[in-house]
Design a protein around this ligand. Structure first.
Ligand code: RIB
Length: 306
């Protein structure tokens, strides 16, 4: 069983601020760290740290940021044979404002992430089978994601979509090719048009996605945990653990990587609880990739917490 990601990879600059800057305002940050990030790369590291075989498809620029981000994935045990170096575009970057509550605001400059092509992905899809997972986000080109999902589905692969960042006008055809979708509330709202703000609207949004062809839906709800629904009519809500938030950057990504790493060997309920603990631990630390816990850390935490 392996996971192939069509993934974004960014160098993040995280500014600790008391509040996000208002129009025309200049702020002095309380602190700054530079860390490896990108939704796809964070998800890849989370899955690899939890024991999954992970192959990353993406692009970095021919620059120092690209080299250090590649080294980070290698160190985490992610296979980077299909992480290509783009000859013209720079490595992706993100500016992230983190408030004392841990809430963040992110702006991404896609750079080389936007240059990923069908040909980058094809060699890996050709080797995939029914035990494998293909995961993508909207930080990679939408047409490449849809073509890859169509090819993967023909091979019996389980397709997983994290529809982030939020966007409207997502083709219905892509939703029909998606086995598992994992949006947050804002992303669910953008997809369904249902204002996903409370328990009732979250359930309604999830069921709407099932009606549109997705087999399993998990809507992540930050400090309120998450909600699961599937086409068989099963549904459940899982609360978050009580962990002090420091920085929410990469929390959703950690949830997704940890969840997929458990899914083959656990019930979906247990995989969700495991992923909720992993993402809670990620929120208690700073940065995208630096905050992702190991399997041993998650298991240790669960032993104490349950
Ligand atoms: O989900 C968090 C990630 O979003 C950050 O690491 C940033 O790079 C953006 O891709």
């Amino acid at each position: 069983m392996s996971l192939v990601l069509i993934g974004s990879i960014n160098l993040d600059q995280l500014f600790n601020v008391q509040h996000a800057p208002k129009p025309g305002e200049t702020l002095i940050a309380d602190g700054l760290i530079e860390a490896a990030g990108g939704k796809g790369a964070n998800q890849a590291v989370a899955a690899a740290k939890n024991g999954m075989e992970v192959h990353f498809v993406g692009r970095v620029g021919d620059d120092g940021a690209g080299q250090s981000l590649r080294a980070g994935l290698d160190e985490a045990g992610v296979n980077t044979e299909r992480l290509l170096t783009d000859p013209t575009a720079p490595t992706g970057r993100a500016v992230i404002f983190v408030e004392p509550s841990g809430q963040n605001r992110i702006v991404v400059a896609s750079g080389a992430n936007a240059e990923v092509t069908d040909a980058d992905v094809e060699p890996l899809i050709a080797k995939m089978g029914p035990d494998d997972y293909l995961l993508a986000t909207f930080e990679s080109p939408l047409d490449v994601v849809e073509t890859a999902f169509a090819a993967a589905k023909k091979r019996g692969v389980t397709t997983v979509l994290n529809p982030a960042p939020a966007r409207t006008g997502v083709p219905e055809s892509l939703l029909k090719l998606t086995n598992i979708i994992i949006p947050n509330e804002g992303e669910a709202t953008a997809l369904t048009g249902i204002d996903t703000v409370d328990a009732a609207s979250t359930a309604e949004s999830a069921k709407e996605l099932c009606r549109r062809g997705v087999q399993r839906v998990i809507i992540t709800l930050a400090e309120n945990g998450c909600y699961y629904a599937d086409q068989d009519g099963d549904e459940f809500a899982t609360p978050a653990f009580n962990i002090k938030a420091v920085d929410s950057t990469g929390a959703g990504d950690t949830f997704i990587g940890a969840f997929l790493s458990k899914l083959a060997t656990s019930s979906v309920e247990d995989a969700v609880v495991y992923a909720t603990a992993a993402s809670g631990l990620a929120v208690s630390r700073q940065g995208g990739q630096p905050s992702i816990p190991t399997a041993a850390e998650v298991e240790e935490y669960l032993k104490e917490a349950i």
